[in-house]
Design a protein around this ligand. Structure first.
Ligand SMILES: [Zn+2]
Length: 196
């Protein structure tokens, strides 16, 4: 198997100007990861993340550049409540739609629906993508763009809030990229595949 390029750790300790004991360890982790296959990389990243406990998934993702799965414990189908950083919790009401990556629920906030990712789609990468999208605004009000990332009671990322689509029934917009691009020719394929 050809060796991969060795990833350079992006964690704060390795980025800092002063030496840190974790640096050697992170360099060894990345050397090891460059010599094993994809399946073994995922097993190892999950193991390291588990060893570190809370926040370990984010650190391992930064250190190794791998997309590390999040490990939600809470059953949102039972609690029906999500939160946004430091604000009043959002109550989930009716389940509106479901698909390959998650489910969409009505909420107690007027005009907002909540998309929850399926457990196997919850990764550090999906969280980063949504958190990045939230910081950008899209001018077209017809596009269901994330407005807030949502978390469970244990502060694990679970999905996002977005405006309920005006005029287009849910499940016929961005959930079906082909139909969407036919009706929105200005919206390119590249932008569609970049959606969470
Ligand atoms: Zn590091």
């Amino acid at each position: 198997m050809p060796a991969r390029e060795v990833h350079r750790c992006q964690c704060p300790a390795c980025q800092a100007a002063d030496p840190h004991p974790d640096r050697e360890l992170h360099a060894q982790m990345n050397l090891l990861l460059s010599r094993v296959d994809e399946q073994q990389r995922r097993w190892y990243a999950a193991l390291e993340s588990h060893k570190l406990g809370h926040g370990g998934d984010t650190l391992v993702a930064l250190a190794t550049g791998l997309d590390v799965p999040l490990s939600p414990a809470e059953d949102l189908d039972r609690t029906r409540v999500v939160s946004m950083c430091g604000r009043r919790p959002v109550r989930l009401t009716d389940r509106l739609a479901g698909g390959g990556e998650g489910t969409v629920h009505a909420t107690d906030r007027t005009g907002l629906v909540c998309k929850l990712y399926h457990r196997d789609r919850l990764t550090v990468g999906s969280q980063r993508k949504v958190e990045l999208m939230v910081t950008r605004r899209v001018p077209d009000p017809m596009i269901c763009w994330p407005t807030e990332a949502v978390f469970d009671a244990a502060s694990v990322f679970r999905g996002f809030l977005m405006p309920r689509a005006l005029g287009e029934p849910l499940g016929h917009g961005l959930f079906l990229p082909t139909a969407w691009t036919q009706r929105h020719p200005g919206w390119t394929r590249r932008e569609s595949v970049g959606l969470p």
